[in-house]
Write a protein that binds this ligand. Sequence first.
Ligand SMILES: C[S@@+](CC[C@H](N)C(=O)[O-])C[C@H]1O[C@@H](n2cnc3c(N)ncnc32)[C@H](O)[C@@H]1O
Length: 249
Amino acid sequence: MPAVRELERQVLGCDYGGTSWTTRAQADHIAQSLELRAGVHLLEIGAGSGWPGLYLGTTSGCDVALLDIPLNALKQIVARAAKDQITRQTLVLAGSGAALPIASASFDRLSHSDVLCCMPEKLAMLRECRRVATAEARMYFSVIQPTPNISPADYQRAIEFGPPFIDIPNGYEPLLQASRWRIRDQIDVTAEFRQSLKILIEGIKSNTHALQEAYGVDELASQQQRRQEQIVLIENGILQREVFVSSAI
Ligand SMILES: C[S@@+](CC[C@H](N)C(=O)[O-])C[C@H]1O[C@@H](n2cnc3c(N)ncnc32)[C@H](O)[C@@H]1O
């Protein structure tokens, strides 16, 4: 749908069918932090329809394995990889991040964008990431989460309007420690997240009719309301988005 792709270009700066809040600038930061280049093996978990994994393969020349569950999304990855002529660098895998269909110590780079906040088995996934990582591996991921030390009522609001499995009472640090990952960098990207939400709301307002045709009137209205609520939560210090860059221990 051209209107949907145009909105994605406005919000994220890409047109891969992205559903995380990783912008093109943040994808470039992934490449830089992980020092992606030809010869490096990147595993992208919860790859959706290829954002940002295929972009990272294209721009850096690294080999990339993209894993997700829905077959439909995996087919889109295969088609986009062919269109972008990076099929030889690309491996597409069906499976869960919590039980990776991958041999131990296979990848030296891992990334996932807003995936842990979309699945309940967070520790299992981080342990699986560590199992398939080499001894010197690095991992880059983003998550949306309730801001630490907010009231129980605010925590409930974050759960109500955030991604489906946002609940993480003690934050990600203990889970990273338990799964043998050392945090190298932890970056608050909430301001960029808020900016993307604002661009999304403006984009919907400026092309409402075409987007109603793409999503349906009720679905678009409900998405708009949810996004507006998320902006309010961010502005009230209740919801945040963070990036973790870590190394294998
Ligand atoms: C926010 S989307 C991100 C998709 C894509 N990487 C992007 O940036 O547009 C989260 C993705 O995690 C995937 N996901 C959820 N649970 C998963 C699991 N247990 N194993 C692997 N992927 C999972 C979903 O199918 C979805 O594609």
